[in-house]
Write a protein that binds this ligand. Structure first.
Ligand code: NAD
Ligand code: UGA
Length: 458
């Protein structure tokens, strides 16, 4: 079969895999290949045991894999054979040298640019799908266009806004598709080529175009604004606990103002995920680079508050449990950074688990999808750690349950049965405000929600 367009994606991760599966599904006329340097990841994409858990992903893969979606480790052939190349490699926070702990580590990104240059035998459109600092496209252009051999590269920015756990519906019905390009004749043509792909299923009015730097910056700013809302409501949760107000009631009242909006106002043990902290720190680094220290400080506080909220959770536990956790057994319900994913990157659960171990507590980790990652995250941590998938069994013989991920399964468990099998007095610390706190209290638990007065017998 001949295909209208041949598309490559470099990087078969949480973004590359689902995004390309959606393009393949919606554009049967396109042949889509996803490549990665990690052979195990590619083998998993080619198996029934996909490398990531995402609701609906298995069906999408079943409908497309082998038809017009292919996973491969042959990066060289991929670059040679495809004219549209998405780059979706990881861009973690730098851990060494200048900008360590703040700036984006662009080594994977630059390596990819050099590979594209080395193996290309014809002109290409190269699309930044990874989240990158502003002006990264310039570096990409400089690397790609450093040879004068008649091969042209047009670089576009097309950031991804999907959230894990809802990736498939986010991809199917995105709020917007953003495409940034150079405003030259070839830049605009490349932009239209990409817009045509998305227009196969996304209404044209939702396909927004901009200059390339605005596009790069918009992605960082979108994540910063989302994280800022969570840190804002989390600061208010601290105040509610002192002032006997209820943060859920405050969030509802505030969010009903249509100018503010109701979403992303759930107070929690803190935000996690591979991107929020990384992208804000990246923004902070950029601001400092441009001598905008006040702006940098403002955004950095979003990350500080997030760490404060996690530490506050531990301090609340300590205070409630008579100022010592040593030798106490604490069950963690949820380890993923949010529900409906097995991803634990930057999960608040990692920090909480390590802090509990520092306090010499014993921990039992429970999660329906993230135990494999949890094991890896806690490898080498000192102390007693058990992993039990069933939350009811995990809580047996424990002094307290700490809810760290908002999995639906936790809402409707047999709390009477759980209470009877725990050490008394039994505690629940609901870091996600998912339980019926009054019901748990009436069963006998001492309940500590986030941002609400605790329900205790003391
Ligand atoms: P990931 O770590 O899951 O996947 C990245 C993949 O790139 C890995 O499998 C890695 O092996 C591969 N890779 C690295 N260097 C390579 C190279 N030179 N050649 C081929 N493959 C290479 O990361 P992710 O979560 O998919 O994120 C990718 C980018 O998308 C990041 O910039 C991230 O900020 C952004 N993003 C992520 C999400 C999300 O929900 N995870 C959402 C929007 C944007
Ligand atoms: C986030 C953004 O929502 C996506 O638009 C973006 O594409 C992505 O980052 C990215 O660039 O990686 P994601 O991290 O997958 O997506 O998930 P979110 O739903 O944003 O949740 C992030 C964290 O905030 C989770 O730990 C979640 O539990 C927490 N959260 C979210 C709250 O604590 N309260 C809320 O009200 C909402």
């Amino acid at each position: 079969m001949t295909f209208e367009k041949r598309i490559l994606c470099i990087g078969a991760g949480y973004v590359g895999g689902p995004t390309m599966a959606m393009i393949a599904f919606k554009c049967p006329g396109c042949r889509v290949t996803v490549v990665d340097i990690n052979p195990e990841r590619i083998a998993a994409w080619n198996s029934d045991d996909l490398p990531i858990y995402e609701p609906g992903l298995d069906k999408l893969i079943a409908a497309t894999r082998g038809r017009n979606l292919f996973f491969s480790t042959d990066i060289e052939a991929g670059i040679r054979e495809n004219e549209i190349i998405f780059v979706s490699v990881n861009t973690p926070t730098k851990t060494f040298g200048l900008g360590a702990g703040m700036a984006a580590d662009l080594q994977y990104w630059e390596k990819t640019a050099r590979q594209i240059l080395e193996f290309s035998e014809s002109s290409k459109i190269v699309i930044e799908k990874s989240t990158l600092p502003v002006k990264t496209a310039l570096a990409m252009e400089r690397i790609l266009n450093c040879r004068e051999n008649g091969i042209r590269f047009d670089v576009l920015s097309n950031p991804e806004f999907l959230a894990e756990g809802t990736a498939i519906s986010d991809l199917e019905e995105p709020d917007r598709i953003l495409i940034g390009s150079r405003e030259t004749q070839t830049g605009l043509k490349a932009r239209e080529t990409l817009a045509e792909i998305y227009a196969q299923w996304v209404p044209r009015e939702k396909i927004v175009t901009s200059n390339i730097w605005s596009s790069e910056l918009s992605k960082l700013v979108a994540n910063a604004f989302l994280a800022q809302r969570i840190s804002s409501i989390n600061t208010i949760s601290a105040l509610c606990e002192k002032a006997e107000a209820d943060v859920t009631e405050v969030a509802r009242a505030v969010g009903m103002d249509s100018r503010i909006g109701a979403r992303f106002l759930n107070a929690s043990v803190g935000f996690g995920g591979s991107c929020f902290a990384k992208d804000i720190l990246n923004l902070v680094y950029l601001c400092r680079h441009y001598d905008l220290d006040e702006v940098a400080d403002y955004w950095e506080s979003v990350v500080h508050i997030n760490r404060y909220q996690q530490e506050r959770f531990i301090r609340n536990m300590l205070g409630a449990m008579f100022n010592t956790l040593a030798g106490k057994k604490i069950c963690l319900w949820g380890f993923a950074f949010k529900a409906n994913t097995g991803d634990t990157r930057e999960s608040p659960a990692i920090f909480i688990a390590r802090r509990l171990l520092e306090e010499h507590a014993e921990i039992v980790v429970s999660d329906p999808k993230a135990l494999k990652n949890a094991r890896a995250d806690l490898a080498g941590a000192e102390g007693a750690i058990a992993f039990i998938e069933d939350p009811v069994r995990a809580a047996e013989g424990c002094h307290a349950i700490a809810i760290l991920t908002e999995w639906d399964i936790y809402r409707d468990l047999d709390f009477r049965k759980i209470f009877k099998k725990m050490i008394q007095p039994a505690f629940i610390f609901d870091g996600r405000n998912v339980l019926d706190h009054h019901r748990c209290f009436s069963i006998g638990f001492n309940v500590y929600p986030i941002g609400k007065p605790p329900l205790t017998r003391f």
